[in-house]
Design a protein around this ligand. Structure first.
Ligand SMILES: *[C@@H]1O[C@H](CO)[C@@H](O)[C@H](O)[C@H]1NC(C)=O
Ligand SMILES: *[C@@H]1O[C@H](CO)[C@@H](O)[C@H](O)[C@H]1NC(C)=O
Ligand SMILES: *[C@@H]1O[C@H](CO)[C@@H](O)[C@H](O)[C@H]1NC(C)=O
Length: 411
C-alpha cells in the first residue's frame, strides 16, 4: 500500500467510526428516554404505597401507552363536526397534522413533542341550571372570581409559553365520571381520596362514600382515567364534560405530603425515596438509616426537591399542580380549593346534578389522629430551612402560587 492508499483507508475508517458513534449516541438517547418513561410509570403506579400485583401493573401500563393518531381520528378532527366546537385539544391535534405523511403520523406523533402551538385560553360560562336554592351565592361569586383570575393569568402566560408536552400526558391525571359528565384532575394532598370516593358513588360503583376503604380508593381499578380512551373519546369529554380541579396552598400541600410519606412507616417511600435522599444529603448517616431509608428530615427532603440532579425522580405528591393538571391548557370549569373544600365540593355536586343526599365527606382517612397540616404547622417545618432554601422552595412552586392566587409565605 502506498501512502495515499493508507491515508484513504484511514479516512474511511474514521468516517465509519464517526457514523457508528452517532448511531450509538442516538440509540442511547432513545433508550434513556424509554427508561426514563418507564421509571416515571413505575413511580406513578406505585405512588400509593403498596406495590400493585403483577396483573394490575400490566393493565395500568398498557393504559399509559399513547394512542396513535390513525386516519380515522385525523379525519374526525378535520371534519366540519370539529370546526368551532373543538376546544384547545382539537386545535392542538389539527395543527399537528399538516406536514406529516400518514406513515409519520402513525410512527412519530406519539413520541414527538408538540411544538410551537399557541393555545388561547377560553372561559366558558358555567351551566347553573341544576342549582337550586340561593345558599350558593357566595360560593358562586368566589368561584367566578377564581375562574376569571385563572383565565386572565393564562392569557398572559400562554402567549409566552408554547406547548411542549404530550397530549396523553396532559390528561393522564384526569379521572372520568361518565354518568354526570365530570372530569376531575387529581391533585394529591388536596382532598383527592374523598373526591375519588364521591366519583365512585356518582358512577354507581359504591352506594355510600362511608364504606370505601383507602385501599379500594387507590388500588381498585374502578374509575377510568382520561388517557385510557382513544383520541376521539378524549376530545369529546374535554369539550362537553364539566372539568374540575381542587388545589391547595403549595407549601401546605408539600408539608402535608412530607408528613404523610416520611413521618409514618411506608413500604414504598422509605426504601425508594428515603434511602436515596439519606445517602446523598446526610453526612455520616448510620447503617440503619441507609438500609431502611426511614427518618428523612424535612431539610433533607427539600435538598432533594431543589436538586437539579435528584437521585430519584419527582412524585405526584410533590409535583407542581401546573405539571400535574395543566390548568392553562385544560380550561377547567370549576376551581375548588382545599381551604374551602366542603362548600366548593358541595356546590360542584349541585352543578353537575348529583343526588341530593350525596354530600362531600369530611373525614381524613389516613393518620387521622395527626393534626391537619395548617399554616402554623407549615411555619414550624419552614424553620428548619435556611432563608435561601425557603426562597427556592417558594420559587419552585411559583406558578402554582400565581395561577391560584395564593399569597407567598414570608420568606
Ligand atoms: C345546561 O344543563 C342543562 C341540564 O343538564 C341542559 O339541559 C342544558 O342544555 C345545558 N345548557 C347548555 C347551554 O349547555
Ligand atoms: C386574591 O387574593 C387576595 C389576597 O388573599 C384577595 O384579596 C383577592 O380577592 C383574590 N383575588 C381573587 C380574584 O380571588
Ligand atoms: C356500604 O354500606 C351499605 C349500608 O351500610 C351497604 O348496603 C353496601 O353494600 C356497602 N357497600 C360496600 C361497597 O361495601
Amino acid at each position: 500500500m502506498n501512502v495515499r492508499q493508507v491515508f484513504v483507508s484511514l479516512l474511511m475508517f474514521g468516517v465509519a467510526g464517526l457514523l457508528l458513534f452517532m448511531y450509538l449516541q442516538a440509540w442511547t438517547e432513545e433508550q434513556n428516554t424509554v427508561s426514563g418513561e418507564k421509571l416515571q410509570q413505575q413511580i406513578t403506579i406505585q405512588d400509593f404505597m403498596l406495590p400493585p400485583p403483577e396483573t394490575q401493573r400490566r393493565v395500568t401500563q398498557s393504559s399509559h401507552i399513547p394512542p396513535v393518531l390513525g386516519r380515522q381520528e385525523v379525519a374526525i378532527m378535520d371534519s366540519q363536526q370539529w370546526q368551532g366546537k373543538a376546544d384547545l385539544f382539537g386545535a392542538v391535534a389539527v395543527s399537528l397534522v399538516p406536514g406529516l405523511s400518514d406513515h409519520q403520523k402513525i410512527s412519530k406523533l406519539p413520541f414527538s413533542q408538540f411544538k410551537e402551538v399557541y393555545l388561547p385560553p377560553v372561559l366558558h360560562p358555567l351551566n347553573k341550571t341544576l342549582v337550586t336554592g340561593d345558599q350558593w351565592k357566595d360560593v358562586d361569586s368566589i368561584q367566578e372570581k377564581r375562574r376569571s383570575f385563572l383565565y386572565e393569568f393564562c392569557k398572559k402566560y400562554n402567549s409566552m409559553k408554547k406547548l411542549r408536552t404530550h397530549l396523553v400526558h396532559i390528561v393522564s391525571r384526569i379521572y372520568v365520571e361518565d354518568r354526570h359528565k365530570v372530569l376531575y384532575c387529581e391533585v394529591p394532598k388536596a382532598g383527592c381520596s374523598n373526591w375519588k370516593r364521591v366519583l365512585m358513588v356518582l358512577n354507581g360503583l359504591a352506594t355510600s362514600v362511608r364504606n370505601i376503604s383507602h385501599d379500594d380508593v387507590h388500588y381498585g381499578k374502578h374509575l377510568r382515567k382520561l388517557d385510557s380512551y382513544d383520541l376521539k373519546g378524549i376530545y369529546t369529554r374535554l369539550n362537553t364534560y364539566t372539568k374540575t380541579i381542587f388545589v391547595r396552598d403549595p407549601l401546605e400541600r408539600l408539608v402535608s405530603a412530607f408528613r404523610d410519606k416520611f413521618e409514618h412507616p411506608n413500604s414504598y417511600y422509605h426504601p425508594v425515596f428515603g434511602k436515596a435522599i439519606i445517602k446523598k444529603y446526610r453526612h455520616n448517616a448510620n447503617k440503619e438509616a441507609l438500609e431502611t431509608g426511614s427518618g428523612v428530615k424535612f431539610k433533607e427532603f427539600i435538598q432533594y426537591l431543589l436538586d437539579s440532579h435528584r437521585p430519584v425522580g419527582m412524585d405526584i405528591h410533590w409535583e407542581q399542580v401546573s405539571k400535574l393538571c395543566y390548568p392553562c391548557l385544560i380550561n377547567y370549569d370549576f376551581i375548588g380549593k382545599f381551604e374551602t373544600l366542603e362548600e366548593d365540593a358541595n356546590y360542584f355536586l349541585q352543578l353537575v346534578g348529583a343526588p341530593a343526599e350525596l354530600k362531600f365527606p369530611r373525614f381524613k382517612d389516613r393518620h387521622s389522629s395527626d393534626e391537619r397540616t395548617s399554616a402554623e404547622v407549615v411555619r414550624q417545618y419552614l424553620k428548619e430551612l435556611s432563608k435561601e432554601e425557603r426562597q427556592l422552595t417558594y420559587d419552585f412552586y411559583y406558578l402554582d402560587y400565581l395561577m391560584f392566587n395564593y399569597t407567598s409565605p414570608v420568606v
